[in-house]
Design a protein around this ligand. Structure first.
Ligand code: CP
Length: 305
């Protein structure tokens, strides 16, 4: 039988999501435990990362597991032409679980099909970023005390943003209303609108980053325009600074509003927002440690109590 993996956020049911949040809350109170003692975790990053890799590694270190892996493909035998299948087969010889980021959509699914150990998708191209969604949902729950019936305004690169694509699916269990704010070049792809239609999820699309889209929101989810996904850099130049959130734009927002961002940011949130109590993106990134501890223990069937 294949081991359990986390490839797509829809590998998790509503109950799974709620269980991971509850476990992550326990880790937030007590992150240092000996739960991974004797286990080795592989971190294979074929694409750059700061938060995802380092929060996974912090999560594992705090659980006393050991880590092998690479953060730069140039130092792996992929540069000599080794296939993804062979890389996964080799690393699974050495490890109990593999965390992988790769530029190709579908690479994590493929890895999970060939791997004898669990695979965690740490981002596959523009497709999915399920552990980002888990920390986003944890942060939403932490700040709103509920996940139900919230209005989420998502701003920026809705075409290529894997964190956005996963978030829509992850929140689909909780009757959200989405405001999608994007220029024509980065509109949410039809398949995600069809997904919302199928699940009777309400959404509106905006080209302007209007006061209405900010002031109606419980969560304002800003995203970066992802230069690395554009094949035409002229297109990127046209849209790279399309929206910037400034502190004064939050003056009429709801009292419970929190501003989230998967980070890294470039210019889409001005630094004058950072000291506003509604800015939550740095704490959100910290929550990556606890949610990733919860995901790893869940996949390895480790009882955290
Ligand atoms: N949010 C996120 O995936 O950040 P990194 O690219 O730094 O891992």
């Amino acid at each position: 039988m294949k081991p359990k993996s986390l490839v797509n956020i829809d590998d998790y049911s509503r109950d799974d999501i709620l269980r991971i949040i509850e476990t992550a809350s326990k880790f937030k109170k007590h992150p240092d435990r000996s739960l991974l003692k004797g286990l080795v975790c592989g971190t294979l990053f074929f694409e750059p990362s700061t938060r995802t890799r380092l929060s996974f590694e912090t999560a594992i270190n705090r659980l006393e597991g050991r880590i092998i892996g690479f953060s730069d493909t140039a130092t792996s035998s992929a540069t000599k032409g080794e296939s993804l299948k062979d890389t996964i087969m080799m690393v699974s010889n050495y490890t109990d679980i593999i965390i992988m980021r790769h530029h190709l959509e579908g690479s994590a699914r493929y890895a999970s099909e060939v791997s004898p150990v669990p695979i965690i998708n740490a981002g596959d191209g523009s497709n999915q970023h399920p552990t980002q969604t888990m920390l986003d949902i944890f942060s939403i729950h932490e700040t709103q005390q509920t996940l139900e019936n919230l209005t989420i305004t998502i701003v920026g690169d809705l075409k290529y943003g894997r964190a956005v694509h996963s978030l829509i699916e992850g929140l689909s269990h909780f009757n959200p209303t989405f405001n999608f704010v994007a220029p024509e070049e980065m509109k949410i792809p039809d398949k995600h609108k069809l997904y919302c239609d199928k699940k009777s999820i309400k959404y509106q699309e905006f080209a302007d980053f209007s006061p209405e889209s900010i002031n109606s929101a419980d969560i304002l989810y800003m995203t970066r325009v992802q230069k690395e996904r554009f094949t035409d850099l002229m297109e990127y130049e046209k849209v790279k600074n399309v929206y910037t959130l400034r502190n004064e734009m939050l003056k009429d927002s709801k009292p419970n509003l929190k501003v989230l961002h998967p980070l890294p940011r470039v210019k889409e949130i001005d630094q004058d927002v950072d000291n506003n109590p509604k800015a939550y993106y740095f704490e959100q990134a910290r929550n990556g440690i606890y949610t990733r501890q919860a995901v790893i223990c869940d996949l390895l069937n480790i009882d955290v109590d």
